[in-house]
Design a protein around this ligand. Sequence first.
Ligand SMILES: NC(=O)C1=CN([C@@H]2O[C@H](COP(=O)(O)OP(=O)(O)OC[C@H]3O[C@@H](n4cnc5c(N)ncnc54)[C@H](OP(=O)(O)O)[C@@H]3O)[C@@H](O)[C@H]2O)C=CC1
Ligand SMILES: O=C(O)CCC(=O)C(=O)O
Ligand SMILES: [Mg+2]
Length: 740
Amino acid sequence: MTKTAKIVYTKTDEAPALATRSFLPIVEAFTKSSGIVIETKDISLAARILAAFPDFLSDDQKVSDALAELGELVKKPEANIIKLPNISASVPQLIAAIEELQAKGFKIPSYPEEAKDDAEKEIKLRYDKIKGSAVNPVLREGNSDRRAPKAVKNYAKKNPHSMGAWSPNSKTHVSTMSKGDFAHNEKSVTLDEATSINIVHTDAKGNKTNLKSDLALLQGEIIDATIMSKKALLEFLEEQVEDALDKSVLFSLHMKATMMKVSDPIIFGHAVRIFFKDLFDKHGKTFDKIGVDVNNGFGNLLEKLSELPEEKRDAIRADIRYELTHGADVAMVNSERGITNLHVPSDVIVDASMPAMIRTSGQMWNAEGKLQDTKAVIPDSSYAGVYSATIDFCKKNGAFDPTTMGTVPNVGLMAQKAEEYGSHDKTFEIASKGKVEVIDANGKVLLTHKVEAGDIWRMCQAKDAPIQDWVKLAVTRARASETPTVFWLDKKRAHDAELIKKVNTYLKDHDTEGLDIRILSLVDATNFTLKRLKEGKDTISVTGNVLRDYLTDLFPILEVGTSAKMLSIVPLMNGGGLFETGAGGSAPKHVQQFLAEDHLRWDSLGEFLALAVSLEHFAVVNANEKARILGETLDDASDKLLENKKGPSRNVNELDNRGSHFYLALYWAEAIANQSKDADLKAEFNTIFNALSSNEEAIVKELIDCQGESVNIDGYYLPNEELISNAMRPSAILNSIINS
Ligand SMILES: NC(=O)C1=CN([C@@H]2O[C@H](COP(=O)(O)OP(=O)(O)OC[C@H]3O[C@@H](n4cnc5c(N)ncnc54)[C@H](OP(=O)(O)O)[C@@H]3O)[C@@H](O)[C@H]2O)C=CC1
Ligand SMILES: O=C(O)CCC(=O)C(=O)O
Ligand SMILES: [Mg+2]
């Protein structure tokens, strides 16, 4: 065993970071005697901000750039990382985090929304690297393998989550563009040889601007470029607002402004301006004057209003109220606080928001706090078909039944910033009419598009090695579970057509004898999969990066109630392992509940599953038998936790996240004490198990009695370590057992 063998545990944000304060001490205590070092790396939004501004901080305030360190580690075979969900910050969140840090004495600069000089531009550049989905793409040096473990499926079958009924008369539908969008303008090529490209904009007068220079590309790489036409987008959005009004359904916009951090905020901004068209027609000049930027949501406008004289401000507020009552109904994020779907681009994120809606009879909350049928607006049509096909299926066949439905594991092309999710550094809002070309080192034009001012142009890459690895992973999963396997690729889409050629080539590298592997277009794949799902049959989805994200929330939320219970593995291409904890996010509303009533309903099951696989990986790489036993027994403990229903409840004064950690510890200790492969572990954990089990009642009482009052942890993005640790470890008895 090498001395440096370790498991790296990420410290992140919000609910998962709260849970870490309770669970990590248990993990450390349980693994200590087995030669496993657990190292934490702080990649929270606050830590990432501080790491970017050492020149503004005193020596004792400086933090290392943990994300960059992990970015190096994932390329090495020894990588073994537990990755918890982190905040992908929208601009309002970024600003809130900066303000909190400034208030805590960190003299970092404010976010320059409109950078005026070179110094501000440089600061903005640093912040823009932290913005949005800045963590996962750095760590994901491998493809994605996400599935619901058998125990989780069985649990859901026996204990189905609520599932809203679907009526054939539901007015809910998806609206997406039929022309002018990314899907319809896509062009794609596969490179015969390595080259380096420039992306060049030429305006109507022939003036050239390099949007990007000397981007190195590899042989065999698929590149594609496309545009979202501003004109087509605005027309589409206007029609949808009108149609929502006509049909009396909620207008609801579903974007991925976090991951698609350049394109989607622009689209979001257009949607806000079109939804509040009369307001912008009347007050647009005023809004410009006070620097309103609704790409950061309608909330930005509301905040900036405070800069106006009272009279003017009140007049505008009255106009807003008028539009909200007389215009189309808008879906609400929080009807009590008047927060609409259009307030903050990170409040409604398509991967989680569409399945939540489908689970709720296709309805969302309206301003009165009642459920209402909805128009889900997903402007680009590349992937919207999944949701419209699913909604049509539910209208026709009724809601899915968790007690009988099958499962849809996913193998996703993700490595090395594949496809759209790696495109933000090659996405541009076009300044003027002309053309954009991708030109190789020999001056050959690879891709070209005519553009108008305001169009969004973007280029994506998918490298050959990750594609080969992805095909291999798909065949491995197909073989391991003997399940029909579908590549969701549409030969009519330019990018997919290139990808299909590679899939057909690389499938030949593997023994596929007896396997059912097909390539189907997105809508055919959806219908094929849904029909089987309803019949209780399983189907592996093999998809690109965006569908990986969408489907691994959609199916888990329908099947097991949440994607938090997914096994989410990233086998790194250089041999290491990245073990993600579930497929969901950082659940901000769980923090609100925790702060209000000291009850954390976050379910760490995904973390237990991830740790078990991480321990198994550790055992193999380091020939450490104890680690193998710890991993196996941890899985046994998770099974028992499910069986005995010791997951966190949603309601205060019942078992919460901390209580579920206690039970996990109890069952884990029991399973280790019960094994007979390692006598030392058996003896050690016999003592621990006895201590935990004889104090069960007292510990659970402490973990429930502490609830009910509000909690102060002094901050949201950088809470006080001592306060948070005390809050998350309220049982003196449990602490003394774990600490000893
Ligand atoms: N891997 C990552 O790092 C990811 C990060 N994110 C980031 O997370 C933030 C929030 O994203 P959002 O789209 O709201 O998605 P979330 O997955 O955080 O939230 C959606 C809902 O899912 C349920 N949920 C999620 N995780 C758990 C859990 N462990 N236990 C119980 N319920 C859970 C909750 O629903 P309910 O309360 O109804 O049970 C929650 O409100 C954003 O900043 C986003 O970018 C998002 C996805 C992945
Ligand atoms: O990194 C992010 O912003 C979100 C990631 C995500 O949603 C996923 O991987 O499922
Ligand atoms: Mg997701």
